[in-house]
Design a protein around this ligand. Structure first.
Ligand SMILES: OC[C@H]1O[C@H](O)[C@H](O)[C@@H]1O
Length: 332
């Protein structure tokens, strides 16, 4: 196997988030399922919902993009592949991810639709409820893959959200072949229960075919994938099919299981949960950073917990502190 030029290359939705405060009554009136992500299928729907938002904060997002931005902030070598449009939000997304130190070369797509945006309503308890207009991101073609970059990354990281639209799904399947052909690892995040309701059979097949090396899930996603209701039974069933399983459990911390070894970490205490957007993404950043550095499961989990704690202490899913210095100070 040749040397790597990247620790992680991710493929994901290229999204700019717009975050605003809202209360539970607003979510109920709009028929939103608190804590979930739902898709908006037309720009008109996105505009109509935006009109109802309070004052917003625009911050680049996208699940896998947040993860590589976090890893770059930890000092890792990262690349990102995702589709923006040739418009202002696309420029903002590209600027932010490159400014964080992530290589991002995917050419913008001309014409409609616009760059993806996610309208995020944050309730006083810090919970985030997301409404995504996927725009250009759902048209990521296989031709946009930088094969050499994928083959030279230790880990290819994929987000379940992007399994929904057809073109990126085909691109991700090709990327898995490139990565595995080069002897690299593939990491996958299940993203949301709705992704499993729509594509659970695909995800189970990827595991059965031995194509995933590191799987990230939260508790509900794990249960949906295992098609069961018992957490421990689901952990046993899924961990038997993947070399590394990571399950985040919100305020109850997280577990990782690898080759029969199990490690657990508690959630890092913080003064106030401001906004949970990106908590799982930054947990994945910390965990993958640990794995990239050859650290054990417990240290990788702890790094994930610390990064997640930082991200939920402010609005938005991109780090606001020097994560590398923070981890060095906390873990030595
Ligand atoms: O995981 C959080 C991310 O999911 C959505 O894709 C938003 O862009 C947000 O940044």
């Amino acid at each position: 196997m040749t040397n790597t030029q990247y620790d992680v290359v991710a493929i994901g939705n290229a999204i700019v988030d717009i975050l605003a405060q809202a209360d539970d009554a607003f979510l109920a009136a709009e028929g939103m399922n608190k804590g979930s992500m739902q898709l908006m299928f037309s720009p008109e729907d996105a505009d109509a919902l935006y009109d109802k938002m309070g004052p917003g904060r625009e911050i680049s997002g996208g699940s896998a993009a947040n993860t590589v931005a976090g890893m770059a902030a930890l000092g890792d070598r990262c690349g990102f592949i995702g589709q923006v449009a040739d418009d202002q939000l696309g420029q903002v997304f590209g600027h932010d991810i490159r400014a964080q130190g992530v290589r991002f070369d995917t050419a913008p797509r001309a014409g409609d639709p616009t760059t993806a945006r996610c309208l995020i309503f944050v309730t006083p308890d810090g919970q985030r409820t997301m409404n995504t207009f996927l725009g250009a991101s759902q048209f990521l073609p296989e031709a946009a893959l930088d094969r050499a970059m994928i083959e030279s990354a230790a880990i290819l990281y994929l987000e379940g959200y992007l399994w929904d639209p057809e073109e990126p799904r085909a691109a991700m399947r090709a990327a898995i072949d490139y990565a595995r052909g080069a002897g690299r690892k593939v990491a996958f995040t299940l993203s949301d229960v709705f992704c499993i309701s729509r594509h659970g059979d695909d995800f189970r097949r990827l595991l059965a075919d031995g194509l995933i090396d590191i799987l990230f899930a939260n508790e509900n996603e794990l249960l949906a994938l295992a098609q069961g209701e018992d957490f421990e039974a689901a952990v046993s069933a899924i961990s038997a099919q993947v070399p590394v399983l990571v399950v985040t459990r919100g305020e109850h911390g997280a577990i990782a299981v690898s080759n029969g070894e199990r490690a657990e970490v508690g959630a890092e205490p913080i003064e106030r949960v401001v906004d949970t957007t990106g908590a799982g993404d930054l947990f994945a950043a910390g965990f993958l950073h640990g794995q990239a550095k050859g650290q054990d499961l417990s240290t990788s989990l702890r790094t994930g917990a610390l990064c997640a704690a930082e991200i939920i202490s402010h609005y938005g899913a991109r780090p606001e502190v020097d994560l590398k210095a923070m981890i060095a100070q906390k873990l030595g």
